[in-house]
Design a protein around this ligand. Structure first.
Ligand SMILES: NC(=O)c1ccc[n+]([C@@H]2O[C@H](COP(=O)([O-])OP(=O)(O)OC[C@H]3O[C@@H](n4cnc5c(N)ncnc54)[C@H](OP(=O)(O)O)[C@@H]3O)[C@@H](O)[C@H]2O)c1
Length: 293
Protein backbone atom coordinates (compact mmCIF):
# COMPACT_ATOMS: atom_id res chain seq x y z
CA UNK A 1 0.00 0.00 0.00
CA UNK A 2 1.13 3.54 -0.59
CA UNK A 3 -1.24 5.81 1.36
CA UNK A 4 0.94 7.84 3.66
CA UNK A 5 -0.94 11.14 3.95
CA UNK A 6 -4.39 11.97 5.27
CA UNK A 7 -6.29 15.17 4.56
CA UNK A 8 -7.98 16.66 7.60
CA UNK A 9 -11.46 18.20 7.43
CA UNK A 10 -9.93 21.68 7.02
CA UNK A 11 -7.77 20.67 4.05
CA UNK A 12 -4.50 20.38 6.01
CA UNK A 13 -2.45 17.32 5.08
CA UNK A 14 -0.98 15.12 7.83
CA UNK A 15 1.30 12.09 7.52
CA UNK A 16 -0.86 9.12 8.51
CA UNK A 17 1.92 7.56 10.59
CA UNK A 18 3.81 9.48 13.25
CA UNK A 19 6.12 8.74 16.17
CA UNK A 20 4.53 8.86 19.62
CA UNK A 21 6.64 9.85 22.62
CA UNK A 22 4.42 9.09 25.64
CA UNK A 23 6.63 7.60 28.41
CA UNK A 24 9.75 8.40 26.41
CA UNK A 25 12.05 9.90 29.05
CA UNK A 26 13.32 13.39 28.14
CA UNK A 27 16.90 12.11 27.97
CA UNK A 28 15.92 9.51 25.35
CA UNK A 29 13.52 11.66 23.36
CA UNK A 30 15.90 13.50 21.04
CA UNK A 31 17.60 10.31 19.88
CA UNK A 32 14.22 8.63 19.26
CA UNK A 33 12.94 11.59 17.23
CA UNK A 34 16.23 11.78 15.31
CA UNK A 35 16.06 8.05 14.53
CA UNK A 36 12.49 8.51 13.30
CA UNK A 37 13.30 11.49 11.09
CA UNK A 38 16.26 9.57 9.59
CA UNK A 39 14.03 6.72 8.39
CA UNK A 40 11.37 9.02 6.99
CA UNK A 41 8.86 9.87 9.74
CA UNK A 42 7.57 13.41 9.28
CA UNK A 43 5.01 13.50 12.10
CA UNK A 44 5.68 13.54 15.84
CA UNK A 45 2.98 13.28 18.54
CA UNK A 46 3.91 14.71 21.93
CA UNK A 47 2.00 16.45 24.76
CA UNK A 48 2.60 19.10 27.38
CA UNK A 49 2.01 16.37 29.97
CA UNK A 50 4.77 14.12 28.57
CA UNK A 51 7.48 16.52 29.73
CA UNK A 52 9.54 16.08 26.57
CA UNK A 53 8.42 18.83 24.16
CA UNK A 54 11.77 20.59 24.55
CA UNK A 55 13.66 17.47 23.46
CA UNK A 56 11.30 16.89 20.52
CA UNK A 57 11.98 20.48 19.41
CA UNK A 58 15.73 20.10 19.81
CA UNK A 59 15.81 17.01 17.58
CA UNK A 60 13.72 18.74 14.92
CA UNK A 61 15.94 21.81 15.00
CA UNK A 62 19.06 19.64 14.60
CA UNK A 63 17.58 17.54 11.78
CA UNK A 64 18.29 20.08 9.06
CA UNK A 65 14.81 19.45 7.66
CA UNK A 66 12.61 22.39 6.72
CA UNK A 67 10.08 23.20 9.43
CA UNK A 68 7.29 22.82 6.87
CA UNK A 69 8.36 19.23 6.20
CA UNK A 70 7.55 18.07 9.75
CA UNK A 71 4.07 17.82 11.23
CA UNK A 72 4.15 18.55 14.97
CA UNK A 73 1.21 17.56 17.14
CA UNK A 74 0.92 18.32 20.85
CA UNK A 75 -1.73 18.41 23.54
CA UNK A 76 -2.96 20.81 26.20
CA UNK A 77 -3.16 19.19 29.63
CA UNK A 78 -6.37 19.53 31.72
CA UNK A 79 -4.61 21.73 34.30
CA UNK A 80 -4.30 24.38 31.57
CA UNK A 81 -8.00 24.36 30.59
CA UNK A 82 -9.88 27.64 30.59
CA UNK A 83 -9.75 30.29 27.84
CA UNK A 84 -6.75 32.35 29.00
CA UNK A 85 -4.97 29.34 30.51
CA UNK A 86 -5.17 27.41 27.25
CA UNK A 87 -3.90 30.38 25.24
CA UNK A 88 -0.95 30.40 27.63
CA UNK A 89 -0.67 26.62 27.29
CA UNK A 90 -0.02 27.18 23.58
CA UNK A 91 2.72 29.71 24.44
CA UNK A 92 4.41 27.20 26.77
CA UNK A 93 4.30 24.34 24.26
CA UNK A 94 5.42 26.45 21.29
CA UNK A 95 8.32 27.89 23.30
CA UNK A 96 9.47 24.46 24.50
CA UNK A 97 9.17 23.06 20.98
CA UNK A 98 11.03 26.10 19.67
CA UNK A 99 8.44 26.79 16.97
CA UNK A 100 6.10 29.65 16.07
CA UNK A 101 3.23 27.56 14.76
CA UNK A 102 1.95 24.14 15.91
CA UNK A 103 0.53 21.92 13.17
CA UNK A 104 -2.09 20.19 15.31
CA UNK A 105 -3.02 21.20 18.86
CA UNK A 106 -5.54 19.03 20.70
CA UNK A 107 -7.22 18.85 24.09
CA UNK A 108 -5.72 15.82 25.86
CA UNK A 109 -8.90 14.79 27.68
CA UNK A 110 -12.43 15.96 28.24
CA UNK A 111 -13.14 17.08 31.79
CA UNK A 112 -16.65 15.61 32.09
CA UNK A 113 -17.33 17.10 35.51
CA UNK A 114 -16.13 20.54 34.38
CA UNK A 115 -17.21 20.54 30.78
CA UNK A 116 -17.51 24.34 30.71
CA UNK A 117 -13.78 24.52 31.30
CA UNK A 118 -13.26 22.05 28.45
CA UNK A 119 -15.39 24.27 26.18
CA UNK A 120 -13.42 27.37 27.24
CA UNK A 121 -10.20 25.51 26.37
CA UNK A 122 -11.61 24.58 22.98
CA UNK A 123 -12.63 28.20 22.34
CA UNK A 124 -8.99 29.12 22.92
CA UNK A 125 -7.97 26.55 20.30
CA UNK A 126 -10.44 28.20 17.89
CA UNK A 127 -8.81 31.57 18.57
CA UNK A 128 -5.33 30.12 18.01
CA UNK A 129 -6.56 28.65 14.72
CA UNK A 130 -8.09 31.95 13.60
CA UNK A 131 -4.83 33.72 14.51
CA UNK A 132 -2.76 31.26 12.46
CA UNK A 133 -0.85 30.02 15.50
CA UNK A 134 -2.00 26.45 14.85
CA UNK A 135 -2.89 24.85 11.53
CA UNK A 136 -5.48 22.43 12.91
CA UNK A 137 -7.22 21.71 16.21
CA UNK A 138 -8.69 18.59 17.71
CA UNK A 139 -9.45 16.52 20.77
CA UNK A 140 -8.40 13.30 22.44
CA UNK A 141 -10.25 10.71 24.50
CA UNK A 142 -13.58 12.38 23.73
CA UNK A 143 -16.42 9.89 24.09
CA UNK A 144 -19.65 10.21 22.04
CA UNK A 145 -21.38 12.45 24.59
CA UNK A 146 -18.33 14.74 24.76
CA UNK A 147 -18.25 15.04 20.96
CA UNK A 148 -21.97 15.86 20.89
CA UNK A 149 -21.64 18.45 23.67
CA UNK A 150 -18.64 20.01 21.97
CA UNK A 151 -20.26 20.19 18.55
CA UNK A 152 -23.33 21.85 20.05
CA UNK A 153 -21.14 24.71 21.29
CA UNK A 154 -18.14 24.90 18.95
CA UNK A 155 -17.66 26.91 15.77
CA UNK A 156 -14.95 24.63 14.39
CA UNK A 157 -15.36 20.86 14.06
CA UNK A 158 -12.27 19.15 15.51
CA UNK A 159 -10.03 17.62 12.85
CA UNK A 160 -9.07 14.57 14.93
CA UNK A 161 -10.17 12.60 17.95
CA UNK A 162 -7.14 10.71 19.26
CA UNK A 163 -8.44 7.66 21.11
CA UNK A 164 -7.35 4.23 22.29
CA UNK A 165 -7.68 1.84 19.34
CA UNK A 166 -5.92 -1.50 18.93
CA UNK A 167 -7.20 -4.96 18.04
CA UNK A 168 -8.41 -5.64 21.60
CA UNK A 169 -10.27 -2.30 22.01
CA UNK A 170 -11.70 -0.82 18.86
CA UNK A 171 -14.42 1.66 19.96
CA UNK A 172 -16.40 1.09 16.75
CA UNK A 173 -19.40 3.26 17.72
CA UNK A 174 -17.13 6.16 18.57
CA UNK A 175 -15.15 5.68 15.35
CA UNK A 176 -18.45 5.74 13.43
CA UNK A 177 -19.52 8.97 15.16
CA UNK A 178 -16.13 10.54 14.37
CA UNK A 179 -16.58 9.57 10.73
CA UNK A 180 -20.12 11.01 10.58
CA UNK A 181 -18.68 14.37 11.59
CA UNK A 182 -15.61 14.08 9.37
CA UNK A 183 -13.38 13.84 12.43
CA UNK A 184 -10.35 11.64 11.81
CA UNK A 185 -9.81 8.83 14.30
CA UNK A 186 -6.20 8.76 15.40
CA UNK A 187 -5.27 5.56 17.22
CA UNK A 188 -3.22 5.75 20.39
CA UNK A 189 -1.56 2.54 21.57
CA UNK A 190 -1.96 1.40 17.93
CA UNK A 191 0.09 -1.76 18.45
CA UNK A 192 -1.58 -2.34 21.80
CA UNK A 193 1.21 -1.06 24.05
CA UNK A 194 -1.40 -0.50 26.77
CA UNK A 195 -2.16 -4.26 26.66
CA UNK A 196 1.38 -5.13 27.81
CA UNK A 197 3.45 -2.24 29.19
CA UNK A 198 1.38 -2.07 32.38
CA UNK A 199 1.89 -5.77 33.03
CA UNK A 200 -1.35 -6.92 31.38
CA UNK A 201 -1.56 -10.63 30.74
CA UNK A 202 -2.75 -10.59 27.12
CA UNK A 203 -0.53 -8.77 24.66
CA UNK A 204 -1.73 -7.93 21.16
CA UNK A 205 1.84 -8.58 19.96
CA UNK A 206 1.44 -12.25 20.88
CA UNK A 207 -2.06 -12.73 19.59
CA UNK A 208 -2.10 -15.97 17.55
CA UNK A 209 -4.32 -14.51 14.80
CA UNK A 210 -2.08 -11.48 14.35
CA UNK A 211 1.11 -13.55 14.59
CA UNK A 212 -0.16 -15.90 11.88
CA UNK A 213 -1.12 -13.04 9.53
CA UNK A 214 2.33 -11.58 10.15
CA UNK A 215 3.98 -14.87 9.25
CA UNK A 216 2.04 -15.05 5.99
CA UNK A 217 3.28 -11.59 4.98
CA UNK A 218 6.83 -11.98 6.30
CA UNK A 219 6.14 -9.03 8.61
CA UNK A 220 5.97 -8.51 12.38
CA UNK A 221 2.82 -8.41 14.52
CA UNK A 222 3.38 -4.67 15.09
CA UNK A 223 3.58 -4.05 11.35
CA UNK A 224 0.37 -6.01 10.74
CA UNK A 225 -1.51 -3.93 13.33
CA UNK A 226 -0.25 -0.69 11.81
CA UNK A 227 -1.28 -1.81 8.30
CA UNK A 228 -4.72 -2.73 9.68
CA UNK A 229 -5.22 0.81 11.05
CA UNK A 230 -3.93 2.47 7.90
CA UNK A 231 -6.09 0.35 5.61
CA UNK A 232 -9.13 1.25 7.74
CA UNK A 233 -8.26 4.94 7.34
CA UNK A 234 -6.94 5.75 10.82
CA UNK A 235 -3.86 7.75 11.72
CA UNK A 236 -1.34 5.90 13.92
CA UNK A 237 1.39 7.11 16.26
CA UNK A 238 3.38 4.07 17.49
CA UNK A 239 5.95 4.76 20.20
CA UNK A 240 9.40 3.27 20.54
CA UNK A 241 12.74 4.43 21.88
CA UNK A 242 14.60 1.72 19.95
CA UNK A 243 15.90 2.71 16.48
CA UNK A 244 15.34 -0.79 15.03
CA UNK A 245 11.70 -0.80 16.15
CA UNK A 246 11.19 2.82 15.05
CA UNK A 247 12.36 1.74 11.56
CA UNK A 248 10.24 -1.45 11.68
CA UNK A 249 7.11 0.51 12.58
CA UNK A 250 7.60 2.77 9.55
CA UNK A 251 8.19 -0.12 7.14
CA UNK A 252 4.49 -0.84 6.63
CA UNK A 253 3.71 0.57 3.22
CA UNK A 254 4.84 -2.38 1.08
CA UNK A 255 2.15 -4.95 1.85
CA UNK A 256 -1.63 -5.13 1.95
CA UNK A 257 -3.87 -7.16 4.23
CA UNK A 258 -6.72 -9.01 2.53
CA UNK A 259 -10.32 -8.15 3.40
CA UNK A 260 -10.49 -11.47 5.23
CA UNK A 261 -7.40 -10.69 7.31
CA UNK A 262 -8.84 -7.30 8.21
CA UNK A 263 -12.07 -8.99 9.26
CA UNK A 264 -10.08 -11.47 11.39
CA UNK A 265 -8.43 -8.59 13.26
CA UNK A 266 -11.74 -6.72 13.57
CA UNK A 267 -13.10 -9.83 15.30
CA UNK A 268 -10.47 -9.63 18.08
CA UNK A 269 -12.21 -6.74 19.89
CA UNK A 270 -12.74 -7.56 23.55
CA UNK A 271 -14.44 -4.25 24.44
CA UNK A 272 -12.00 -3.89 27.35
CA UNK A 273 -10.42 -0.46 27.72
CA UNK A 274 -6.76 -0.39 28.72
CA UNK A 275 -6.42 3.30 29.52
CA UNK A 276 -8.19 5.39 32.14
CA UNK A 277 -11.96 5.65 32.02
CA UNK A 278 -12.63 9.04 30.32
CA UNK A 279 -15.54 9.77 32.68
CA UNK A 280 -13.18 9.47 35.66
CA UNK A 281 -10.82 12.22 34.53
CA UNK A 282 -10.96 15.05 37.07
CA UNK A 283 -8.60 17.85 37.99
CA UNK A 284 -8.46 16.46 41.52
CA UNK A 285 -7.27 13.03 40.38
CA UNK A 286 -5.18 13.92 37.32
CA UNK A 287 -4.33 17.62 37.55
CA UNK A 288 -0.68 18.65 37.69
CA UNK A 289 1.00 21.88 36.81
CA UNK A 290 2.68 22.15 33.41
CA UNK A 291 5.94 24.07 33.91
CA UNK A 292 6.60 27.38 32.19
CA UNK A 293 8.89 27.24 29.15
N1 LIG B 1 -4.04 10.80 24.04
C1 LIG B 1 -3.74 9.93 24.97
O1 LIG B 1 -4.35 9.92 26.04
C2 LIG B 1 -2.67 8.93 24.73
C3 LIG B 1 -2.50 7.84 25.57
C4 LIG B 1 -1.49 6.91 25.28
C5 LIG B 1 -0.68 7.12 24.18
N2 LIG B 1 -0.84 8.22 23.38
C6 LIG B 1 0.02 8.48 22.20
O2 LIG B 1 0.08 7.29 21.40
C7 LIG B 1 1.44 6.88 21.29
C8 LIG B 1 1.55 5.39 21.17
O3 LIG B 1 0.83 4.73 22.20
P1 LIG B 1 1.53 3.85 23.33
O4 LIG B 1 2.89 4.35 23.59
O5 LIG B 1 0.56 3.82 24.45
O6 LIG B 1 1.54 2.38 22.72
P2 LIG B 1 2.12 1.66 21.41
O7 LIG B 1 2.75 2.61 20.49
O8 LIG B 1 1.01 0.80 20.91
O9 LIG B 1 3.21 0.68 22.04
C9 LIG B 1 4.40 1.16 22.60
C10 LIG B 1 5.08 -0.01 23.30
O10 LIG B 1 5.44 -1.00 22.35
C11 LIG B 1 6.85 -1.21 22.33
N3 LIG B 1 7.17 -1.36 20.89
C12 LIG B 1 7.21 -0.38 19.96
N4 LIG B 1 7.42 -0.89 18.74
C13 LIG B 1 7.52 -2.22 18.89
C14 LIG B 1 7.75 -3.28 17.98
N5 LIG B 1 7.91 -3.05 16.68
N6 LIG B 1 7.82 -4.55 18.49
C15 LIG B 1 7.63 -4.78 19.81
N7 LIG B 1 7.42 -3.81 20.72
C16 LIG B 1 7.36 -2.54 20.26
C17 LIG B 1 7.44 0.02 22.99
O11 LIG B 1 8.64 -0.29 23.69
P3 LIG B 1 10.06 0.38 23.31
O12 LIG B 1 9.92 1.86 23.39
O13 LIG B 1 10.95 -0.20 24.33
O14 LIG B 1 10.36 -0.10 21.91
C18 LIG B 1 6.35 0.39 24.00
O15 LIG B 1 6.45 -0.41 25.17
C19 LIG B 1 2.09 7.47 22.54
O16 LIG B 1 3.48 7.52 22.48
C20 LIG B 1 1.44 8.83 22.58
O17 LIG B 1 2.04 9.69 21.62
C21 LIG B 1 -1.83 9.12 23.65
Amino acid sequence: MSVSNLTLNNGVTMPALGLGVFQTPPEETSQAVEAALRVGYRHIDTAAAYGNEREVGAAIARSGLARSDIFIETKIWISDYGYEQTLHGFDKSAAKLGIEQIDLLILHQALPSAFDKTLDAYRALETLLADGKVRAIGVSNFMPEHIEQLLAAAKVVPTVNQIEVHPYFQQRKLQELNKQHDILTQAWSPIGGITFYRGGNKSTLEDPVIVEIARLHGKSAAQVMLAWHLQEGRSVIPKSVKPARIAENFDVFDFTLSAEQIAQIDALDTGMRGGPEPEAITLEAYGRAIPEA
